[in-house]
Design a protein around this ligand. Structure first.
Ligand code: MG
Length: 279
């Protein structure tokens, strides 16, 4: 894979723009982050089909993302109570599914799974903190058996809290999927400063923008077209360059009346900046 290959976040068992292999082919991108499909689409037969289809199209899946049907992004409060491995009452079942998705990714030949872990308690002495550390170790140790990495999505906590958590888990295959827009949307600090703090753990990124100022009626989690928000994409890419990051640049565009158009503009913007920075 060439350095900083552009790509998009996609899924294979949902309808909609940006979803599915045909849309990915149409955009002409060569890498994707894939939302893990539901169990019905993780059968061996389906795995073989997906693997062959992507290989034939010359598209590399760089990270498989774990998500759960009950994840609720309606408000920051619902995120806190419903997302990832943090909600205690769902943790056991979700942990089991996470390991199954790691195996699914392995069968697809993908060496990383990613996840919004949820809001990790900031107090390292809290019992909930230790429980989540333990759950994360289980995922890491399972992934290590097949030389896979576990990427934590940024945003819910500050960079210092995230670094503290990663150090507490203490596993060499625990990494970060850095999403600069989430830092803005969750009020978790300046994205470029955060990148300095957790930069050494970054193995994948979401190229996503966001504005501090919400427009009237705009959903709290609604991002901005790439380059139009407050992230400063050029400074973000230059910082990644300085860190020696060579992985994919994966566009994530979740909410937009013109998702396809926005993704095309984002691809063009990233190619221009890539040329400027890498030469
Ligand atoms: Mg993201």
């Amino acid at each position: 894979m060439r350095k900083w290959t552009t790509g998009i976040f996609t899924s294979i068992d949902e309808e909609g723009l940006g979803a599915g292999l045909d849309a990915v082919k149409e955009l002409g991108v060569k890498t994707v982050h894939l939302h893990a499909p539901g169990a019905a689409n993780r059968t061996l037969g389906r795995i073989r089909e997906v693997r062959d289809e992507f290989a034939e199209a010359g598209i590399e899946i760089t990270v498989v993302f774990v998500g759960f049907p009950e994840d609720d992004y309606t408000t920051p409060e619902t995120v806190k109570s419903s997302v990832g491995l943090v909600p205690a009452q769902m943790r056991g079942e979700r942990l089991k599914e996470t390991l199954e998705i790691a195996d699914y990714a392995c069968e697809l030949g993908v060496d990383a799974i990613g996840m919004h872990l949820g809001f990790v308690p900031p107090d390292p002495h809290a019992s909930a903190f230790h429980e989540i550390v333990e759950a994360t170790r289980i995922v890491c140790d399972h992934c290590a058996k097949s030389n896979q990495f576990f990427h934590l999505e940024t945003g819910q906590e500050t960079a210092e809290e995230l670094a503290q958590f990663i150090q507490a888990v203490d596993r060499p295959n625990l990494a970060v999927n850095f999403d600069p827009a989430n830092m803005i949307l969750y009020g978790a600090g300046d994205p470029l400063e955060a990148l300095e703090t957790v930069g050494k753990y970054v193995r994948s990124v979401h190229c996503k923008d966001a504005s501090y100022e919400r427009k009237p009626g705009q959903h709290w989690a609604e991002d901005a077209p790439l380059g139009s928000g407050d992230v400063n994409m050029e400074a973000f890419l230059r910082a990644l360059h300085k860190l020696g990051y060579e992985g994919a640049l994966t566009i994530e565009r979740e909410y937009s009346p013109d998702q396809a158009g926005d993704i095309q503009s984002a691809l063009a913007l990233l190619e221009t900046m890539r040329e400027e920075i890498l030469g």
